[in-house]
Design a protein. Structure first.
Length: 192
C-alpha cells in the first residue's frame, strides 16, 4: 500500500481564509500534507507540482473538495490524468463521487461528463465573445488602439521641430505619447 498525500489550497484574495477547516479534515488521514496559498486558476502551484512529481504507484491524493484542487474542468482533468499516469489515485472527502482508488465506473463517467461540459463551456464562451464583438461593431464600437488626435500630433511635431522644448515637455503639453511622437517623426523623415 502506498502513501496518502493531502493537498490543501486557499486563495490569496481573501485574507481571512485559513487552512484550518481543510487541515482538520485531512490531519490523521495523510502521511504528508501539501498546501498552496494562491488562486486555483493559476497553473503554477509549487506545492501541487511537488506533490504530483513525488507520486508513485499505489499512492493516493486526498483532498477536502474538488474546488480546492482546481478551478477549471480542464485543469482538473489534467491533474487527474497526471495522477493516474503515475499509478496513483485521487479521492475527495466532500465530493464522494470523486474516488479513483478503485475501478469506480461512476467516477470515470462523471469525469468524462465534466470534461465534455468543460469543452462545451469553452466553445460557448468563444461563441458569445464573437457574437458580442459583432454586435458592438454593428453599433459602431471601434476596436483597437484609439487614433491620436491629428491636431495634437501636428502641434507636438511643431514643438518638436522648433527645438525649444524637450520631448517630455512636449508630451506633457500636448498629451501625445512619446511613442506616437517618435513614430510620426520617423514617418516624416522617411517620407520627407
Amino acid at each position: 500500500m502506498g502513501k496518502i498525500y493531502g493537498y490543501m489550497r486557499i486563495s490569496t484574495k481573501k485574507d481571512e481564509q485559513t487552512f484550518s477547516r481543510q487541515e482538520a479534515q485531512l490531519l490523521g488521514k495523510v502521511d504528508k500534507l501539501y498546501f498552496d496559498r494562491m488562486s486555483g486558476a493559476k497553473k503554477n502551484r509549487p506545492q501541487l507540482q511537488e506533490m504530483l512529481s513525488s507520486l508513485e504507484a499505489g499512492d493516493t491524493v486526498l483532498i477536502v473538495a474538488i474546488d480546492r484542487l482546481s478551478r477549471s474542468t480542464k485543469d482538473l482533468l489534467e491533474i487527474v490524468e497526471t495522477i493516474k499516469s503515475k499509478g496513483a489515485s485521487l479521492k475527495s472527502i466532500n465530493d464522494s463521487w470523486l474516488d479513483t482508488t478503485s475501478d469506480n465506473p461512476m467516477s470515470e463517467f462523471l469525469l468524462t461528463v465534466m470534461g465534455a461540459l468543460g469543452q462545451m463551456e469553452r466553445a460557448m464562451t468563444i461563441q458569445r465573445v464573437k457574437e458580442g464583438v459583432q454586435v458592438a461593431k454593428e453599433k459602431g464600437v471601434k476596436f483597437g488602439r484609439p487614433k491620436a488626435n491629428k491636431t495634437k500630433v501636428n502641434y507636438a511635431l511643431e514643438l518638436y521641430y522648433s527645438g525649444a522644448l524637450t520631448v517630455r515637455e512636449i508630451t506633457d503639453i500636448t498629451g501625445v505619447s512619446k511613442a506616437t511622437l517618435y513614430r510620426k517623426v520617423r514617418e516624416l523623415e522617411y517620407h520627407g
